[in-house]
Design a protein around this ligand. Sequence first.
Ligand SMILES: Nc1nc2c(ncn2[C@@H]2O[C@H](COP(=O)(O)OP(=O)(O)OP(=O)(O)O)[C@@H](O)[C@H]2O)c(=O)[nH]1
Ligand SMILES: [Mg+2]
Length: 309
Amino acid sequence: MFRSLKKVFQKARSSFASFRSQLGKKIYQLFTKNVEEASFDELEKLFFEADLGGELSMKLVDKLRILHKKNPTISPEDILLFLEEEILAILEKEKKEPMTSASAPHVILVVGVNGSGKTTSIAKLAKYYKDRGKSVLISASDTFRAAAVEQVDHWAKTLGVSIVKSSPKADPSSVVFDALSSAQAKGIDIVLIDTAGRLHTKTDLMQELEKIQKTAGKKIDGAPHETLLVVDASSGQNALDQAEIFHKYTNISSLILTKLDGSAKGGVVVALKHQKNLDVRFVGLGESAEDLTLFDPRSFVKALLEIDA
Ligand SMILES: Nc1nc2c(ncn2[C@@H]2O[C@H](COP(=O)(O)OP(=O)(O)OP(=O)(O)O)[C@@H](O)[C@H]2O)c(=O)[nH]1
Ligand SMILES: [Mg+2]
């Protein structure tokens, strides 16, 4: 029994194999020792360090304290099993299905703070949809830097997908308008809109996103059909502020969590769901176009709590 349970929390060859969460290992070590009140303080610290957020960390500690009181000989494996179910219940609550659109093109707007991984995620999404037989067009609407257009243009060429670009400093909304016209004319299935990174606290830049959204909606009914917020796994509690403010201006449908490879963080996924009811749809696990995986809550929680990370 002991051995088989322990195996449940050992590293599986899952899609999250490069995620280096230390949480399971540390909890396991904590509950292998003599459990006393200080253990629960330490546990709260571990949850907090894993970016689960203060409120949720406290709530989980309270539940585990009660569980331990009822069953003082409970094994570390059972503690982890209990946690797995608790966290899974949060992630699976009111899970929304991805949006679909009545007719092509399906328009996806990709937003986020500087360097979070938007353009790389656009490349990954282009490959994801192309591999599924869809025609893809990228709207190079980050006109802020000339290098941004070159970067996305390079990806489009490498992946063999269409691109609409404009001169640097052009109005990003006008690029979106041209891209959607071109997509309609060519009968494209999926349009991916790359946008410039922006600080969520800069109101004028956030209003520019509103304008992009409006332009898309005027051109194609219901567009953008999805707005994906790209969040770096290591951004911790700041991700909650980003989500809140981007959501205010752009109606976020779901998240792409990037840079989970080699990361010891990732608990922010649980905090984003618990506090903002936002689901992660895709996870970025590297810099190549194939390093994208659909988010599966159970595999994620297993990776978060594995003991030999
Ligand atoms: N390890 C790792 N690196 C990533 C991942 N996603 C993006 N990166 C890297 O992060 C850096 C920034 O990625 P970009 O895609 O250019 O980010 P961006 O959000 O478009 O940046 P701006 O347009 O400047 O705001 C690049 O070096 C990427 O290769 C990921 O999932 N894992
Ligand atoms: Mg970019």
